[in-house]
Design a protein around this ligand. Structure first.
Ligand code: NAI
Length: 270
């Protein structure tokens, strides 16, 4: 499906850990559509080695960066501009991690040091990234920044725990910074709210199998896959969506606006 929608564009992709990662599919799709990319992930994720395969396939350098480090983000943006020989057109923020969930702590038993770390990695990092780009004037006019989020920011999903709050903050930062960056040089900032998807981060949520099959039954089109998310992200990085900014965009097969589905009612009547 080569339309060259991103021909001549240059972007940074955060968060490709392995072939299941949503960012992995988005990286592949951006390159298929003519973009040049830089890949980045936390130094620790680098050591697992998988990302090198993607880098080879995409002919992309890897510049490690921990999203909680100002220095790392500054270095990433500066080096990316050097690599591209100019400014950047698009950035994918596909980063999330809950320390409390990882340590088996539920929402009523949060450790606040862990909570602070969760919010820093999963939400404040988008602000840090945008602020660094803003100060370095690193993004071209009509540039596009997309972060991935989940509907637990709006509705309660009990086992999503503290990540629900982190996603609310992430979406708010996209809106607030979207205003300022739009005014400054027409840079667009949006979030994609994706269906549950089988990945390392996704599978960390308790009861994920039930979660994913419930969403499948509740969505008139079924769950959106990571590949379909990649297609959607490409449109947001392209010039076909220039006037879309400060939005939280549901990419979920209709889940978010379905009260109940025939399949779920049928299940309840059993
Ligand atoms: P993933 O586990 O493949 O990706 C998460 C990435 O975050 C990994 O590459 C990890 O190395 C990176 N990361 C964690 N800490 C970091 C740090 N300190 N610095 C830099 N990078 C760091 O899982 P997935 O599902 O592809 O997650 C990507 C995004 O999509 C996340 O924001 C997630 O919350 C979101 N999302 C996932 C859904 C799902 O069901 N899998 C549904 C909706 C949104």
């Amino acid at each position: 499906m080569a339309h060259n929608l991103l021909q001549g564009k240059k972007g940074i992709i955060f968060g490709a850990l392995d072939a299941n990662s949503i960012a992995w599919k988005i990286a592949e799709r951006c390159v298929e559509q003519g973009a040049q990319i830089v890949l980045t992930n936390a130094p620790i994720a680098m050591r697992m080695g998988e990302i090198k395969k993607l880098a080879e396939a995409c002919n992309a350098p890897i510049i490690p960066a921990d999203v909680t480090s100002n220095d790392d983000i500054n270095n990433l943006i500066t080096k990316s501009m050097e690599h591209f020989g100019g400014k950047i057109d698009f950035i994918l923020h596909s980063v999330g991690m809950s320390m409390n969930i990882r340590k088996g702590r539920n929402y009523m038993d949060l450790d606040y040091d862990f909570n602070h770390k969760t919010n820093d990695i999963s939400a404040t990092s988008l602000h840090r990234l945008l602020q660094t780009c803003y100060k370095l004037d690193a993004l071209n006019e009509w540039g596009s920044v997309v972060a991935l989020t989940y509907i637990a920011a709006q509705r309660v999903f009990p086992d999503y725990g503290e990540m629900a709050d982190a996603k609310s903050l992430l979406e708010s930062i996209a809106r607030s910074f979207g205003y300022h960056y739009g005014k400054k040089n027409k840079v667009r900032v949006n979030t994609i709210s994706q269906s549950p998807t089988r990945t390392t981060a996704g599978s960390g949520v308790k009861g994920f199998d039930g979660f994913i099959s419930y969403a499948e039954k509740m969505s008139p089109l079924g769950n959106a896959t990571a590949d379909q998310c990649a297609d959607y992200a490409v449109t947001l990085f392209s010039d076909l969506t220039k006037m879309v900014t400060m939005q939280n965009l549901f990419h979920d097969g209709g889940f978010s606006f379905t009260g109940v589905s025939a399949e779920v009612i049928e299940q309840m009547e059993k």
